[in-house]
Every structure is written in C-alpha cells, then in structure tokens.
Design a protein around this ligand. Structure first.
Ligand code: CAO
Length: 440
C-alpha cells in the first residue's frame, strides 16, 4: 500500500482555473482514468482523471477553489502491485513532491484532461440540433454531466441548470428525468414536448407594493388555461393579418334581417364568415387538418365542424357547430344562438364541444383592430375576427366608403407554409367580398 498525492497535471495554457465539481468523496474506490474533478475556465471545462486505481483517502480541494498545474488536490491509497503512472509533466514541475512508488508492471500513462467547450461552439444551422436552432440555446455542463445525460438520452438543451451561471448539474438532469417520469414534462422525441427546461416566472409578494386581493380562477379558466398553454408551447404559431371588404355582404345581411327576425333568428356577420371559411377550407385542406401524434403525417378531415369561441361569465368555451358545409345561414344562425345560449348557461355537454376541425374567435361585436388567436390544438388553424369599420377605399377614380373587416389567421407552421397562409386569408376575403362565389 502506498498513498499517492494527486496533483493537477498539465492543463495547457490554463492557470488558476476554478474547480466546479469534486466528483469523488473520501472512501470512494476509483479506477485509472475515472474523473476526479471538473475544472472550468471561461473557455473550456475539463475533467481531471485518476492516474491510479485505489481508494480516495483525503480531499484537499473544494468547489470554487482555483487550481493550476501542480496544485495538490487529493490522496489515493494505491494497493500494492497496482499500476503506477509514468512520470508525468506535473511531476517535473513539482520535483519536491513524492514520486509514485515503483511498480512491477509497466505503468499506464495518465490520461490527459479532456477539454470540452464551456458552451457549444456556434455550429452551422444545418448541423445544430433543431431545438438549439429554434431557441438559440447554449448550455454549460461538465463532461461528466454531458456523459451522464448522453447515457440516459437526455437532451441538455432542454434542461435548465441550477449551478453557478446556469451550469447544468447532475441533479438537474435527474430532475428533468423525474419530471418526464411523473408526466410533468414530455419525453425527448415525443410530439407534444414542453415543460422541462422552461424557466419558471418567479413568485412576487405583490402586497409589498400595495393592497391586493386573491381570487381562485374559475373551473373553465383553469381547464382552458391548460389547453392554451399547451398549444402556446407546442405549436409554432404564425399569425397572418388581412382585411376584406364586406360592404355587399353586410348589405345582404341587413336586407335579410327583418325576414330572419320573423323566424326568431339574429343574422350576424359571423355566419357568413363561417360559410366563406368552409369554402376556403375546401380549397386549402391543410387548414382543416391535424398532425399525427408523432408529427410525421397530416390527417385531412372531410368534415367541416367549426368551433366558435364563446365568451361566458365563467370564461372562454368553444362549442362546435357541426356540418357547416351542409347548412344555410339561417340554420347556422339558429345553431349559433343555441350553442352560445347553452355556453352562457353552463349547459354545454362534451358532445357540443368535440369534433371541431377549425375554430373562429369573433371579437367583432366588441371592437379591436387585430389580434393573434391561439391555435385550438390539435387543430392547425384558427381565425380571429375584428370589428368592421367604414373606410375610404380608392376605387381607381375616387375614395368610396366601404365596410372593411380586419381578420387574422394563426396557424401551425409545421403543417402550413407562409405562402399557403396568405393564400388562405386571400381566399376567405375573396369569398366574403363577393358571396356569389360561394355557390359556384
Ligand atoms: N364587425 C362589426 N360588427 C360585428 C362584427 C364584426 N366583425 N361581428 C359582430 N358584429 C355585430 C353584430 O352584427 C351585432 O350587431 P347588431 O346587434 O347590430 O346586429 C353585434 O356586433 C353583436 O354581435 P354578437 O357578438 O352578439 O354576435 P356574433 O354572432 O358576432 O358572435 C359569439 C357570437 C358567441 C361569438 C359572441 O357573442 C362572443 O361570445 N364573442 C366573443 C368570443 C371571444 O371571447 N373570443 C376570444 C377568444 S380568445 O380569448
């Protein structure tokens, strides 16, 4: 038995480098090349391997200390006959230190410390992992943590680090795995990823700034909040803004209003929009679709069930008007009145709210110029309607008063390209500007 004093070997041009991890404890058995410490400079992290097989008997360094080549860090008790390393460069630098005991066998040279960049070097867009491209993410993690993560298949770009300067520790990787196992986060490669790695918004005691009252969110808000959050995190949203001339359409609606009222029906622009949307969905099937769970296929729907966002005193609900393609505006108005009354009375059943293929959120009765609705996933697109206003529009000779309605369509960019997005809104506008197109 002999006790070997382990010193920092040649670490290149680095000097006074911080110890960020002590990877062994007193009493641990180590093999040759097992990592003992992790050092981190502002340029790289590196692990110091054990030059001996034996037992760690004393640790003389702790996290945060600065070390350089030749700094004594720990003792290893080496069993008699165990291989000893060849004299390494650090021994030349510190000749006063005891040399390794001569061994019978030819010694194995101590492995050089492995340096890895402290943060991934900027790679070409094509070679970066997809999530790194999207987030522009970089992470700090020691080689041992990287190896640990690799072994368990954890993508470190999705793990938030709790160490100094956001450095990812082994415990962070473990916590990320626990979150996946407990269902709080999606596993790597799952279609619906989210949760892990998203830094929480810190809690604030607002009462320090003034008086506050706290009210629990209603049941509907709690439920819809989860869906909205999931969509916001999982769906790469693009919102296309547009506007259309609904002067003729609105005149027609007004002309029909009295007749409709006699049947107890209130005709609003929304039902005309529903018809125009369905026609555009038939032209552009990828808007009336969903992505498969693995994100590898698109499922086109040959039914046209339009979800309508309804504002209720308890929160937002989205009942579905079925078979919009098969109904006229009167029947649609009846359906709309029925479901919105049911929604406001809290009487919607699961059947009323399922089976939608596209959603419309109309704020046109309230105001606003434009907004960005959140896709009602797993649908891939949603329309937002804003308030129509009379505006002067140049007709080639003069400005004429026209009723212009702003609207937007948010869509899942994985399923729909930008060019398709604007072709779709153009088509909707085209149908609404000239309702005759709907019967062609
Ligand atoms: N431009 C101008 N006027 C409009 C309009 C538009 N885009 N849309 C509706 N209007 C008018 C209607 O014609 C009606 O006027 P009249 O009484 O003079 O005819 C008035 O605004 C009110 O319409 P409405 O809102 O009662 O009816 P609707 O069919 O347009 O909408 C419903 C029905 C259920 C969608 C609506 O009541 C509602 O709840 N909207 C809010 C949806 C919501 O909260 N979305 C946000 C989701 S994201 O948080």
């Amino acid at each position: 038995m002999s006790v070997e004093q382990i010193k920092i070997p040649d670490i290149g041009d680095f000097d006074a480098v911080e110890v960020i991890e002590v990877l062994v404890s007193e009493g641990d058995s180590v093999e040759v090349d097992d990592s003992l410490l992790t050092l981190e400079s502002d340029k790289a992290t590196m692990e110091i391997p054990s030059p001996f097989k034996g037992t760690v008997t004393k640790i003389s360094v702790s996290v945060g200390e600065k070390v350089s080549e030749g700094t004594y860090v720990l003792d290893i008790e080496v069993a008699a006959g165990a291989a000893a390393p060849a004299p390494a460069k650090e021994e030349k630098a510190a000749p006063a230190e005891p040399k390794p005991a001569p061994a019978a066998e030819a010694p194995k040279a101590a492995a050089a410390p492995q340096a890895t960049p402290a943060a991934p070097a900027p790679a070409s867009a094509a070679s970066k992992p997809v999530n790194q491209q999207a987030m522009g993410a970089a992470f700090h993690a020691s080689p041992s943590v990287r190896a640990f993560a690799r072994k368990l298949g954890v993508d470190l770009t999705s793990v938030s680090g709790s160490g100094p300067k956001g450095r990812i520790q082994q415990t962070d990787v473990e916590a990320a795995i626990k979150a996946v196992m407990s269902g709080q986060a999606a596993a790597p490669g799952q279609a619906a990823t989210g949760g892990a790695g998203i830094p929480p918004i810190p809690g604030v005691d607002f009462s320090q700034f003034g008086e506050t009252t706290t009210e629990e969110l209603g049941r509907i808000k709690k439920i819809s909040g989860k869906f909205l959050h999931a969509s916001w995190l999982n769906v790469p949203h693009v919102t296309q803004f547009d506007e259309c001339d609904i002067t003729e359409m609105d005149q027609f609606r007004k002309d029909q209003k009295a007749a409709a009222e006699k049947q107890g029906i209130k005709l609003t622009p929304l039902v005309f929009v529903m018809k125009a949307v369905v026609k555009a969905l038939q032209d552009f099937p990828s808007f009336n679709a969903s992505l498969s769970e693995d994100g590898q296929s698109i499922i086109y729907k040959q039914y046209y069930n339009i979800g309508i966002a309804v504002d209720t005193p308890n929160g937002l609900v989205v009942p579905v008007v079925k078979d919009v393609d098969k109904k006229g505006v009167y029947e649609l108005s009846k359906d709309l009145m029925e479901i919105s009354a049911k929604a406001r009375d809290g009487k919607l059943g699961p059947k009323d709210m399922s089976g939608g293929s596209f959603t419309i959120s109309s704020l046109g009765g309230i105001g606003g110029t434009q907004f960005t609705p959140i896709v009602n996933a797993p649908e891939v697109a949603i329309m937002g309607l804003s308030k129509a206003k009379m505006q002067p529009v140049w007709n080639g000779k003069e400005f004429a008063p026209r009723l212009i309605m702003p609207f937007s369509v948010s869509y899942d960019h994985r399923a729909i390209d930008g060019a398709e997005g604007v072709r779709f809104t153009t088509a909707v506008g085209h149908y609404l500007s000239d309702l005759r197109q709907l019967i062609l």
